[in-house]
Design a protein around this ligand. Structure first.
Ligand SMILES: NCc1[nH]cc(CCC(=O)O)c1CC(=O)O
Length: 304
């Protein structure tokens, strides 16, 4: 018998993800019971500003990590894409879920796909990564900031404030709202964020019982994808201030193909690089090196 305290943000998406992970772990460990410790993070309080302007990587994650470090909770469930490449000392992403859909999704007011949107249509997104790739496809679109919870974002497009918005398909699928999606953007056209569609469970590395259980629960092919994509992010020292994308696929032989993208903040210059390998960490570093060789340095923060 053990009581596991699970730190979770209060948003509907966070609670849905947390409850899903608790159900998964409960299936394996009927001798454990779970208690949710709700946390309001700084990121949750800043709803009306473009996050990249607020700055500070890991706005949603840092305070949750403090709760783990101070032993006020034992595990935390994160969307992997919100987790900075560097964790707080003593913590570890011991559990990695099977990835759900990694793609971005277009939700449009009148059911048009990306190519069908009228000239100059207003598209909501605050993600520099999405903005850069949208601009590359459709330079005529007017891109406007869009923040807030998933349900409020959907309401704003439904009410016609935007012609379309872009969200991660994964969040909509987990909430049971996939019917709202007009078009799934292919990962070759709009490369997903590092870790998009993956849930990561963080705990103290000294908690052997939890580490062992979470590692046994981990989906091995997704762990390879996560490792390759995060090695790319780490090597580039990427944060939400720089438009970076990274998406790895693993074939049946365990061969990994990783595609990386870096753009400048105005999306006037976009660089891509792709490579294949069998060692995830190494592959992430190689794709980062490939991007740097093509000039990605100029788009990244100085002093890396
Ligand atoms: N940046 C916010 C965020 N972090 C994780 C998700 C849900 C998708 C996922 O698990 O990757 C979202 C919403 C979105 O981008 O639409």
């Amino acid at each position: 018998m053990r009581q596991i305290r699970v730190a979770s943000r209060r948003s509907q998406l966070a609670m849905t993800q947390t409850n899903w992970v608790i159900a998964e772990l409960q299936k394996r460990r009927s001798d454990w019971s779970f208690e949710i410790v709700p946390i309001t993070t700084k990121g949750d309080k800043i709803l009306d500003v473009t996050l990249s302007k607020v700055g500070g990587k890991g706005l949603f994650v840092t305070e949750i990590e403090e709760v783990l470090t101070s032993e006020a909770a034992d595990i935390a469930v994160h969307s992997l894409k919100d987790v900075p490449f560097e964790l707080a000392a003593g913590l570890r992403l011991a559990g990695i879920s099977a990835r759900v859909d990694p793609r971005d999704a277009l939700i449009s007011h009148q059911g048009q796909t990306l190519v069908e949107l009228p000239q100059g249509a207003v598209v909501g997104t605050s993600s520099l990564r999405r903005m850069a790739q949208l601009k590359a496809k459709r330079p005529d679109l007017r891109i406007e900031p869009l923040r807030g919870n998933v349900d409020s974002r959907l309401r704003r497009v439904r009410e016609g404030e935007f012609d379309a918005i872009i969200l991660a398909a994964a969040g909509l699928i987990r909430m049971g709202w996939a019917a709202e999606i007009t078009e799934y953007l292919s990962p070759t056209c709009c490369i997903p964020a590092v870790g998009q569609g993956i849930l990561a469970i963080e705990c103290r590395e000294t908690d052997q019982e939890l580490v062992t259980e979470l590692e046994a629960w981990t989906h091995a092919p997704t762990r390879l994808q996560a490792t390759a994509e995060r090695a790319l992010l780490r090597t580039l020292q990427g944060s939400c201030q720089v438009p970076i994308a990274g998406y790895a696929e693993v074939d049946a032989d365990g061969c990994i193909t990783l595609t990386g993208m870096v753009a400048d903040a105005d999306a006037n210059h976009i660089l891509w690089h792709q490579a294949t390998g069998s060692e995830a960490e190494r592959l992430g570093q190689d794709v980062a090196a490939g991007l740097l060789a093509k000039g990605a340095d100029a788009f990244l923060p100085a002093g890396r």
